[in-house]
Design a protein around this ligand. Structure first.
Ligand SMILES: *[C@@H]1O[C@H](CO)[C@@H](O)[C@H](O)[C@H]1NC(C)=O
Ligand SMILES: *[C@@H]1O[C@H](CO)[C@@H](O)[C@H](O)[C@H]1NC(C)=O
Ligand SMILES: *[C@@H]1O[C@H](CO)[C@@H](O)[C@H](O)[C@H]1NC(C)=O
Ligand SMILES: *[C@@H]1O[C@H](CO)[C@@H](O)[C@H](O)[C@H]1NC(C)=O
Ligand SMILES: *[C@@H]1O[C@H](CO)[C@@H](O)[C@H](O)[C@H]1NC(C)=O
Ligand SMILES: *[C@@H]1O[C@H](CO)[C@@H](O)[C@H](O)[C@H]1NC(C)=O
Length: 932
């Protein structure tokens, strides 16, 4: 804790003592906040975590205790603080409730202060035992044992009745050394094939575990075998497996992350999996059950040795018991014509379901290796869950969330006719082509900056050899594992398939979140009752835009292993397709902040589909569009045909602000928290990558130096500042440094003669101090304006800095920012009078209208407020004359029926949305005021 924070803490502790006198006579007090399930009360849940925001000064950390109740009964609640206000009051909290027996429509979360606050936490619902070699967690419904070293991660899963239903949970990786370019030809001989298994580097266990425990396992994949015994392979593909376990739960939630650290022309992944052994010894073959989730709650229900459909009938009761997964009556009671011939009925040892496209899955089974596979009729989109078990031995179900959306994926049930069966969930299917991460073109002879900049003119791709690398990109997936004492009904498995794909989410109302001010005061809950027709029209347009993008994901099949979650950047009207194959127009990679728009619109509306869309977007953009290893760590890649193709590696894409809403409302998702930690290292990447290397005036000499890093005071600074603010809020290990750098950079930017209009500055990464840029060494005042400066989070980051710091925000910095806001859209004469010259080449006025609105609101300037709406409607962007409709195309001009809105690009979507939301909140009263 730094000095500044301590002072606030002391001051506020005194204030809070004074404040306590307002409490009830018995010196105790409880406020409650209601949380509800997004999208309705779930049929089933296995425990969940959520976040709640609190107003500044309301509850002092350490002097408040949280409790939960539903329908009048207390519910065990685990609570922790995820963010603090500067006065040490609680800003965000994380909470966990157990599952599955306390599913109510609504929960009241009470904050107890005064004498109530010291009441003991609820009884521990989880028992944790740790030894030299293992960690055991007893949920009451399951005993789970984690190994501390070796290749097995989860060594044992036991049900409450003592049945071991899962063992030797380990990760699998397969790869090959080359890509076979010749279809059907036999050039395989020169390709080496490798099998790897997980190898643990370390494991940590959460400290607070009354309702929820978290076990985090880190490691790499180590060679287990190879096709040519003589060829070795270093351990690679680092993984992080986060295992969440809730009290009373019969499930584990795994958050699985891998980081690609191979050479794309030498390390082709051919399978990534998680495998468990399922003990089946002692179970009759006809009492062993295989279940594979199909479509919309559908289920394949088979027995390893089927006794239905035979020429002779064992009896209806027997057939029904087998199909429903119950133990069959004793075989001595069956029709003898069947029971005497069991040895002639084949047993099905292996099953595989493969989803190689988002539109279809195939299914097959075989009696054993060496015998032919038999096709089972498949379908379109599999639920992604497999179960293997027995009527008496119990069994295990494993589900991969978004299974078909993350194709190519597979589920295997194997060795089901032996004593030890297996379930494998393949996050990358071995049935698919190898994962090919090589560049999509050969460089096209673009061997110097001049040619590369010229190519930018035509394909809009900013290419440079060596920069189009996937080295360091990541992917995170969610897996659920469920243990059962006996084979569950198909309906139960359908319900857990739903649960796997749409894990229930608890949230507070938009009103509570907004009133807390903890995620900005520049937006308001949607007023569905607004009587202003212009405001109603804006709301309709926002709804159109959101729904259009949600539909485009499906219509354009924006799915796939490294693609799911992302959206595209620009449309090709002639081909009626998004420009998926054109340089700088394809994957969006957060260009112009759609992430911020979708999350803000979710906060305003609490819309379920929008939440799911935004969650997938955040999971994708934070992982795959950003580097986590190597020289570019902490930077992201500009929009392009492959998520890592473009040579512009920038903080603006890694912008932590894009993860902030999800991070806090999820109760501090630990993987996203880690991405926020990584973002603090982004400034080091400037020493390896100079973002302006291709466009710098040859007369200016600049060599990256840790004490003088050239930063864009908008694009780069807003990314760094968002990370610092979050670290300060979290009071993380680098909070003191973050705070120092925040203040030093704000004061330093304010000290530039032209403030934020200067465009760039030199940043000293040891203390955050700022000096003038190389094009203005004497700080005489230069004007370097860009339309991009403020459209990657700058507006939102400064607004949240101001909300967080209050009066501590350096006034000179606020003045510099308000000048930027006022003059961006001012007349040329006004710009000249203030800065000596007019701004050139600026655009995106619609998006910038929110900066004008911010200044209008802050300065109480009604003329500026009217100007904000003028900029919103009249200059560029999505004007009022836009058709705001999509056209359905279903003829031979398109591959498949699609809706088209050729007038809408993602840049416009994002900037229109952010401006609309903020203008309504900040200058809504001036909506109908004419600007003159
Ligand atoms: C877990 O194992 C411990 C020790 O064997 C046992 O006391 C406890 O009842 C088990 N819990 C469950 C849920 O099986
Ligand atoms: C755990 O292992 C990872 C590599 O898998 C390493 O980066 C990290 O520093 C290790 N953490 C500790 C605490 O040893
Ligand atoms: C699964 O979810 C869908 C959509 O929410 C719902 O209609 C269906 O009833 C659910 N099925 C089960 C078995 O819970
Ligand atoms: C609209 O709804 C808000 C919040 O629900 C309420 O505060 C406001 O008074 C309502 N306005 C009108 C005009 O009904
Ligand atoms: C990192 O940068 C150094 C120096 O520019 C370079 O030699 C090295 O190849 C780069 N490493 C990777 C993985 O790109
Ligand atoms: C760079 O320097 C040269 C030689 O001094 C001069 O002619 C040229 O105008 C300068 N270019 C710019 C953009 O200042």
């Amino acid at each position: 804790m730094n000095v500044w924070f301590l002072l606030w803490y002391l001051a506020s502790a005194i204030l809070s003592l004074v404040g306590a006198q307002h409490d009830t006579n018995d010196n105790s007090h409880a406020d409650t906040v209601s949380v509800r399930w997004l999208g309705g009360t779930p049929a089933y849940h296995t425990g969940t975590t959520f976040g709640l925001p609190w107003a500044r000064g309301r509850y002092q950390a350490g002097q408040v205790r949280f409790g939960a109740s539903a329908n009048g009964s207390d519910i065990p609640l685990q609570s922790w603080v995820t963010a603090y206000w500067p006065d040490a009051s609680v800003k965000w909290t994380g909470h966990a409730i157990a599952g599955p027996d306390n599913t109510y429509e609504e929960y009241a979360i009470a904050a107890h202060t005064g004498s109530n606050a010291s009441t003991a936490e609820s009884e521990p619902g989880l028992m944790i035992t740790e030894s030299e070699t293992s960690v055991g967690i007893d949920t009451g419904a399951l005993n789970v044992t984690f190994a501390k070293t070796g290749t097995v991660l989860i060594s044992d899963i036991e049900t409450a009745s003592g049945k071991t239903v899962g063992q030797n949970g380990r990760l699998l990786l397969r790869s090959q050394s080359a890509f076979s370019e010749l279809e059907g030809d036999t050039d395989q001989a020169s390709i080496d094939h490798f099998n790897f298994e997980s190898s643990i580097d370390n494991i940590t266990v959460s400290q607070e575990n009354s309702v929820r425990a978290l076990v985090t396992i880190r490691g790499r994949h180590e060679l287990a075998s190879s096709s040519s015994g003589s060829v070795g392979h270093d351990p690679w593909l680092p993984f992080i497996l986060r295992c969440y376990v809730y009290a009373h739960s019969e499930a584990l939630r795994l958050v699985h992350t891998i980081v690609y650290d191979g050479q794309p022309d030498q390390n082709f992944i051919t399978g990534i999996g998680l495998r468990f052994d399922v003990p089946l010894q002692g179970e009759e073959l006809y009492d062993r059950h295989v279940r594979l989730a199909g479509i919309d709650g559908g289920m394949l229900s088979e027995a390893v040795q089927g006794i239905t459909g035979l020429r002779r009938d064992p009896g209806e009761e027997v057939r029904q018991a087998q199909f429903e997964g119950r133990k069959t009556p004793n075989i001595s009671t069956w029709d003898e014509r069947v029971s005497s011939r069991m040895q002639w009925i084949p047993t099905w040892n292996d099953y595989r379901l493969s989803q190689l496209s988002p539109d279809g899955f195939t299914l097959r089974k075989r009696t054993k290796a060496g015998q032919s596979w038999l096709n089972i009729p498949g379908g379109t989109r599999a639920g992604g869950l497999a179960y293997l078990g027995g009527a008496t031995t119990g069994g295990l179900a494993i589900g991969l969330r978004d299974f078909w959306k993350k194709y190519p994926t597979s589920l295997d049930v194997s060795n089901a006719a032996t004593d030890t069966g297996e379930i494998t969930v393949w996050l990358y299917s071995p049935d698919a082509q190898p994962l090919d991460l090589r560049p999509y073109h050969d460089g096209l002879g673009l061997d110097d900056f001049e040619k590369q900049l010229d190519a930018l003119e035509i394909t809009y791709e900013d290419y440079e050899p060596g920069y189009n690398t996937p080295y360091g990109v990541a992917k995170t997936s969610e897996i659920f594992i469920y243990g059962f004492d006996s084979t569950p009904s198909a309906d139960t498995l359908a319900a857990i398939t739903n649960h796997t794909n749409e894990p229930p989410v608890l949230v507070a109302t938009p009103e509570h979140i907004s009133q807390s001010g903890a995620i900005g005061t520049y937006w308001q809950p949607r007023m569905s009752n607004s009587t202003n027709p212009a405001a109603q029209t804006i709301e309709k347009h926002l709804d159109f835009n959101v729904q259009f993008y949600i539909n485009q994901v499906e219509q354009r099949r924006w799915y796939g292993f490294f693609d799911h979650g992302d959206i595209m950047h620009t449309y090709d009207e002639d081909r009626h397709t998004w420009r998926y194959d054109i340089g700088g127009y394809a994957w969006d990679n957060s260009e112009l902040s759609p992430d911020l728009f979708f999350w803000l619109q979710f906060l305003r509306t609490g819309d379920y589909d929008l939440y799911r869309f935004s969650e997938a977007l955040t999971r994708h953009t934070g992982e795959t569009d950003v580097y986590h290893l190597g020289n570019f760590t902490g930077l992201g890649t500009r929009h392009g045909v492959q998520h890592w193709a473009d040579s512009a590696k920038q903080v603006r894409i890694a912008q932590p602000q894009y993860r902030k809403v999800f991070y806090y409302i999820s109760g501090g998702d630990e993987r996203v928290g880690e991405l926020l930690d990584e973002a603090l290292g982004a400034e080091e990447a400037f020493l390896a990558v100079d973002p302006r290397r291709k466009v710098r005036d040859a007369n200016i000499t600049y060599t990256p130096d840790p004490e003088a890093i050239l930063l864009d005071t908008g694009l780069d600074w807003s990314g760094l500042a968002a990370g610092w603010l979050i670290e300060l809020e979290r009071q993380g290990p680098r909070a003191e440094e973050a705070e120092a750098k925040l203040f030093a950079t704000m004061r330093g930017i304010a000290n530039l003669t032209n403030g934020l209009v200067t465009g760039s500055a030199l940043y000293n990464s040891s203390d955050g101090s700022i000096s003038p840029p190389p094009n203005d060494p004497d700080n005489e005042g230069v004007v370097e304006m860009s339309h991009l400066t403020a459209v990657f989070g700058l507006v939102e980051v400064i607004a949240e800095l101001a909300d967080h710091l209050g009066d501590d925000l350096p006034q000179e910095f606020m003045d510099a920012w308000l000048d930027y806001c006022v003059y961006f859209g001012a007349s040329e004469e006004e710009q000249e009078a203030r800065y000596g010259e007019a701004f050139e080449d600026i655009s995106l006025f619609q998006g910038h209208s929110r900066a004008t609105a911010y200044a209008a609101n802050r300065l109480g300037n009604v003329t500026l407020a009217a100007r904000a709406w003028y900029e919103f409607y009249e200059i560029d962007g999505l004007g009022p004359d836009e058709i705001w409709e999509s056209v359905e195309l279903s003829n031979s001009s398109v591959l498949t029926a699609v809706d088209e809105a050729a007038w809408l690009s993602t840049n416009d979507l994002a900037q229109y949305g952010l401006a609309a939301i903020q203008n309504l909140a900040l200058v809504g009263g001036a909506l109908n005021v004419t600007y003159t």
